[in-house]
Design a protein around this ligand. Sequence first.
Ligand code: ADP
Ligand code: MG
Length: 339
Amino acid sequence: MTDIINLLPDNIANQIAAGEVIQRPASAVKELLENAVDAGATEIQLIIRDAGKELVQVIDNGKGMSETDARMCFERHATSKIQTIDDLFSIRTMGFRGEALASIAAVSQVELKTRLRGADIGTYIEIDNSAVRKQEICQTAEGTSIAMKNLFFNVPARRNFLKSNAAEMRHIVDEFIRVAMAFPQIQFTLTSNTQQLFYLEKGSLKQRVIAILGQHYNARLVSVKETTDYMDVYGFVGKPETAKKTRGDQFFFVNNRFIKSPYLHHAIMNAFAEMIPTDSYPLYVLFIDLDPGHVDINVHPTKQEIKFDDEKVMYAFIQSAVKHALAQFNITPTLDFEL
Ligand code: ADP
Ligand code: MG
C-alpha cells in the first residue's frame, strides 16, 4: 500500500488555473485593461509587440499600488475588490476573482512598475514563472505599468497553439474595443509594434462609437434610452439602412461589462424585423444597467456569459426600448409598434 497523492506546487497549480483565464494574448489584454479601469485611470495605453506573443503592456494613470500590494497582486485569489461572499452580489468593478495577475505571472515574464498617487517613489517587480526575480524602488509615473512578456515561454505546448499574428491581433483589437467602448470618459490608445492603431480621445459615447466603428455612422445613429425600476437601457442602434451582411458592430454591456447573449441579440433583431433584410445585422451598442444583485457574473471566468434573474423581462424591455427609439425617429411610420 503506497500513498500516491501529493499537492501540486503553487507554480504548477497556477499554470493549470491560468489555462482558464489566459488562453491567448487577447485574454491578458482584457484583464490588464479591466484592472486599469478598476484603478480609476483616465488614460490607458495598450502596447503590443508581435501580436502579443512577445509583449502585452498596459500603462495607466490610475491609483497605483503600495510596495506590499505590488507583490501581493500576483498571488492567487488576491484581490482588493471583494471581501465577503455577499460582495459578489454588489459588484461594481470589472474584476473580483483575484486570478488574472496570478495567471499571467504563471505563464509569462512580468515587469510591473507602479506608484501610488501622491507617493514619492514607486516599486519595480520582475516575475518569472510565478516567482519574484527582482524587486526594487524606482522612479515611475503615478499609476501602473504591467508588461507581460513571452507568453507561454514555459508552456511550449500552449505557445504552439497560438494562431497566426493576424488572428491573434484580431482578438486583441476585439477585446480592446469592448473595453474602450464601455468607457468613453477614458482615453485609450493601442500601439502595435510601432504603429498606432487607435487613439481614442475622451468624449461622449456617441463620439466613441463613431471613432471605433466608423465615421459613416455619424448622423445614422438612433439614441435608445428607457428606464424602469428594474433597469436602465441606453446607447445607440444604427438606422436600418446601415445594417450590414456581416456581424461585428453589435455590442451588449451589462453594468459596463461586455457580454455575449444570443437571446438578447434576438430581442433586437426582432425589434428591427421587417425594417432590414433577414440576412443582415444592425449596429447596436447597448448598455443595460441594473442592480448587480439581479445578475450572476460568476458563471464563467472570463465573465462574458452571465445569468439574469429574469431574462424574459429583459428581452421584452430591450425589444420595446429599441422599437420605441426607431419609431421616435420616424423611420418606418407604417409599421405597427404595439407591444
Ligand atoms: P482582480 O482584478 O479580480 O481583483 P487581479 O489579479 O486582476 O484580480 O488583480 C489583483 C489586484 O491587484 C487587484 O484587486 C488590484 O488591487 C491590484 N491591481 C491590479 N492591477 C492594477 C492596476 N492597474 N492599478 C492598481 N491596482 C491594480
Ligand atoms: Mg483583474
